[in-house]
Design a binder for this molecule. Structure first.
Ligand code: GDP
Length: 457
């Protein structure tokens, strides 16, 4: 954790500029060696254009904008130097190599943020929010990450922790000073407080359902018989010609993946190879993959050619996804009359109480209904609500654990069990709430969390 670390802070590849970031006590000394000026710079947070060279060979490798952030007023809380080079992977590699030769070491994943945490520049949820912000797939999930980064989760947790601590203090002093049991009135007050804290903890945990949807989105798999129009539907949902469409059955031998967004929810759309029995080796591998994809999908869209009669094979496909969230898209409805659509719809619906949506990949009709139907099973909570949401499974898990402990303690209190037993649960609950923001997080947990960051963050 100590020493001076260096990493590329911008993505690898060619770009206008690429930023190399140094953090640690030797950042300025290393920079001075590179710019060949032992006096450089006493002026923090100002940009300086300087030649960058290799002190060992005196060769100039680039001209760059160098900015020094003096500890503790930097992202990490250490001395930090950001070097904005020209965005050539060769130059950036050279600059990093010079920093390494001058005594820096490569930063581990998330190490810059970990330092910021260690130096008290932010708490754990704020650090996690930076990761989530960088990885956000939609504007909505970025918005939630920004709220968390600005401390909103900590802010919501603080009064809960304060109130819980108050309950604990009252009970602790009951042990210390009172010979008899707690008076009835005080007991009722404690119960009321506990109830309030528990309910609010639960409410926060429950926002995860929508929060998770916004952050992780849904995996949606298209399945169906060859030529039902899966690839056409894939393309028209995305609004591009991504998948190859032919009237030769079995052309989609491997799966295609693309992302798009519906009502702020990121969707990973997968065009599967179909589920038909086959003797062709390549096609059968595709079919195998389709099965795995279906098992892993949040929702499956069974694409049915509505212009043909419903065959046994179609019924079997629908049968095979009964245990998974699914809907049936009646495709090619441009080819048939409204009466015929109604007929096939009632035929399929009657069998299993299916949700059906009439569409045409060709004309685009019904696509909006299909998108709505894909989201419908997940929208028990309105995802566009303006409130703050818990988006991290770790946070939800800790909130639920705290809730369980508090509920149990409240029951123990009711049963007039000893204060020690009641307190045990309440202390656990407080620790769980503290783990969310990192006050009581163990080193192991921190290592695990920061391994999900990328290098340079
Ligand atoms: P897949 O094998 O299920 O991926 O099916 P494709 O998307 O390759 O489509 C098979 C054939 O059906 C192609 O000739 C498409 O042009 C045609 N097709 C797909 N969707 C529609 C539709 O909504 N209406 C009409 N009329 N034809 C369609």
């Amino acid at each position: 954790m100590s020493g001076t670390i260096v990493a590329l802070a911008t993505p690898t590849g060619r770009s206008g500029i690429g930023v190399v970031r140094l953090s640690g006590p030797d950042s300025l000394a290393i920079t001075r060696a590179m710019v060949g000026d032992s006096e450089f710079t006493t002026e923090p947070r100002t940009a300086h254009l300087r030649p960058l060279g290799d002190p060992l060979t005196d060769e100039i490798v680039d001209e760059a904008i160098v900015t020094y952030f003096k500890a503790p007023h930097s992202f990490t809380g250490d001395d930090v130097v950001e070097i904005s080079c020209h965005g050539s992977p060769v130059i950036l590699r050279q600059v990093i190599d010079i920093c390494l030769a001058q005594g820096a070491r490569m930063a581990a994943a998330g190490e810059f943020t970990l330092r910021a945490l260690a130096n008290g520049r932010m708490n754990l949820t704020e650090a996690e929010a930076i990761r989530d912000l960088i990885e956000a797939q939609t504007a909505a999930s970025a918005r939630q990450a920004v709220r968390q980064m600005r401390g909103e989760l900590s802010l919501q947790l603080q009064p809960l922790k304060d109130d819980l601590l108050n309950v604990i203090v009252v009970l602790e002093s009951a042990i210390e000073f009172v010979e008899d049991d707690l008076p009835k009135l005080q007991l009722e007050q404690l119960q009321a407080s506990l109830h309030r804290i528990t309910t609010e903890t639960r409410r926060l945990a429950d926002t995860f359902k929508a929060g998770h949807l916004i952050r992780e989105g849904l995996k949606v798999a298209l399945v169906g018989r060859p030529n039902a129009g899966k690839s056409s539907l894939f393309n028209s949902l995305l609004g591009t010609d991504r998948a190859i469409v032919t009237d030769i059955a079995g052309t989609t031998r491997d799966q295609l993946y693309e992302r798009f967004t519906v009502d702020d929810v990121p969707i990973l759309l997968i065009d599967t190879a179909g589920l038909q029995e086959t003797t062709d080796t390549v096609e059968s591998i595709g079919v195998e993959r389709s099965r795995a994809t279906i098992a892993d999908a949040d929702i499956v869209v069974v694409v049915v050619d509505a212009s043909e009669s419903v065959t046994r094979e179609v019924r079997e496909i629908i049968e095979s996804v009964q245990n998974i969230n699914h809907i049936v898209a009646l495709n090619k409805t441009d080819k048939i009359s409204l009466d015929a659509v109604a007929e096939i719809r009632s035929d399929i619906t009657n069998a299993n109480g299916e949700t059906t949506v009439a569409v045409s990949a060709l004309t685009g009709s019904g696509l909006e209904d299909l998108k709505k139907a894909i989201l419908a099973p997940f929208l028990a909570i309105d995802v566009s609500i303006a409130g703050f949401m818990v988006t991290d499974a770790r946070h939800r898990d800790l909130l639920l654990r705290a809730e369980t402990e508090m509920t149990q303690s409240s029951e123990h209190l009711n049963q007039r069990l000893s204060e020690e037993i009641v307190l045990l649960g309440l202390h656990n609950a407080l620790r769980y709430l503290g783990e969310i923001t990192g006050e009581t997080t163990t080193e192991d947990v921190l290592t695990r969390i920061f391994s999900t960051f990328c290098i340079g963050k």
